[in-house]
Write a protein that binds this ligand. Structure first.
Ligand code: MN
Length: 437
């Protein structure tokens, strides 16, 4: 680990050393958003450094969002990262030794506001955990949990970018159509009572193909800009009534939350692992979804935790309570396969597009990444199956099947090497507000 003159960067457990350097969009009080880089417990103002001609790709850095940085070539992205390391390393330099610049351009994290880091053009969400798909499938169709296409292609749906909000933005409980109950003839239109989160990894794309040109799996790496935590909020009662035959629609589009920091592909490079090995009786991959590189380094070793903080817990001063813990390396489909598949029909991806991995779940019960699955709530929450049930009881004694108003869901994620040096993804928080009825 290269040490920094910003001392908190050298705290290996904090996860924001010079090995990480995630980007963000931030503002102070009444000033407009600027790009920043996270170093320890500080935000360094990239606009200011670019304006002082201390960094390459000056024009891309003097914007309120990262899209132009995401559009840089891989070589230019690397050059920017190296220049930043040079300015922030504990050695004589144009920033460390310039007290005026440090005072103007280095801010304590708690004194700034965060904004969406990119103008997100398109958002699509996958379903890449075989455990998640099998568990949800088992609740809906015990006779055929995984549909016949699942092992051949990374299933996904096109989401909505207008309602993606940055961590800390409150989430309004949605209202919508809910299936007729037993003995009822017509659906109801009322607030969702089965509100859920989904713990996912978000991937910001760097672009890379023209309309009509697929991306080969071995070239897809250049299209990955970086990663965030993503909460794909889901209203299970709306979803149950609307999802057939075209998939989720209003049950998902009311809100999705992302963490404010974008951890670059370069920062997570040391945590690449082999793709999850396909069981021997699984069908062979079609060649466009297979490559040596994907097999040997398609996975990512990240720990992803979900915490809950209820209104009552908050009022008595309790800390958020961890309700699940999953690992991204358990995913059946890799990020490279998801992007390759998305572009395989010639659909163009653009810098700033976002994909979601789908709910990250593993083999163990505690690794299930949403409440529907964690608590084993059956047919979109309509029935409860007892054998797989994992009841959720909070430290206050409160019980939860689905989320209540005032509940705050907090996603945290990090990678850790054998020296216990962490690269943190930060946090993604969202608190449920009562519905607008
Ligand atoms: Mn999802």
């Amino acid at each position: 680990m290269i040490t920094s003159w910003i001392e908190s960067a050298n705290d290996a457990g904090l996860g924001f050393s010079l090995d990480n350097l995630p980007y963000c969009s931030f503002s102070q009080q009444d000033r407009s958003p600027r790009l920043g880089v996270v170093v320890g417990d500080r935000i360094v103002d990239l606009y200011l450094l670019a304006d002082e001609n201390l960094l390459p790709s000056k024009q891309a850095l003097m914007q309120p969002v990262l899209n132009d940085v995401m559009a840089l070539t891989k070589a230019n992205r690397l050059a920017l990262r190296e220049a930043l390391k040079g300015l922030l390393a504990d050695q004589p330099g144009m920033l460390r030794d310039h007290s005026g610049l440090v005072e103007q351009g280095v801010h304590e994290i708690q004194n700034v506001y965060f904004h969406l880091p990119a103008r997100i053009g398109d958002f699509s969400d996958f379903y890449a955990s075989r455990y998640h798909a099998t568990n949800v499938g088992a609740m809906l169709r015990p006779e055929e949990p995984l549909l016949s296409n699942y092992k051949h292609l990374p299933v996904g749906y096109h989401g909505r970018s207008s309602s993606i909000t940055v961590s800390g933005t409150n989430i309004r409980r949605p209202v919508g159509q809910i299936a007729p109950g037993v003995g009822e003839e017509n659906p109801r239109f009322e607030e969702s009572s089965k509100l859920d989160y989904e713990m996912e990894l978000g991937v910001y794309l760097a672009g890379g193909n023209l309309l009509g040109d697929p991306i080969k799996i071995d070239n897809v790496e250049d299209s990955v800009f970086g990663f965030c935590l993503l909460n794909d909020w889901s209203a299970r009662d709306l979803q149950r009534w609307e999802y057939q035959p075209l998939g989720p629609f209003l049950s998902k589009s009311f809100a999705s939350s992302v963490s404010p920091f974008v951890v670059t592909a370069e920062a997570l490079e040391p945590f690449r692992v082999p793709a999850n090995e396909r069981p021997v009786d699984d069908p062979p991959l079609l060649p466009y979804l297979d490559s040596d590189l994907n097999r040997t380094a398609g996975g990512l070793d990240l720990q992803l935790d979900v915490f809950l903080l209820s209104e009552k817990m908050r009022s008595v001063g309790l800390e958020p309570y961890r309700i699940s813990s999953g690992r991204f390396r358990d995913m059946y489909w890799t990020i490279a396969q998801m992007i390759t598949h998305q572009a395989s029909n010639g659909c163009n991806i653009r810098p700033g597009d976002l994909i979601g991995s789908g709910t990250v779940s593993g083999r163990e019960k505690i690794s299930r990444g949403c409440l529907l699955e964690r608590n084993w709530l059956g047919d979109f929450g309509e029935t409860v199956s007892s054998t797989n049930r994992l009841s959720l009881e909070l430290p206050t004694g409160e019980k939860r099947d689905f989320l209540e108003n005032g509940d705050e869901v907090i996603l945290r994620g990090f990678a850790e090497n054998s020296d216990h040096h962490q690269v943190s993804l930060g946090e993604c928080r969202g608190r449920i507000l009562a519905a607008n009825v």
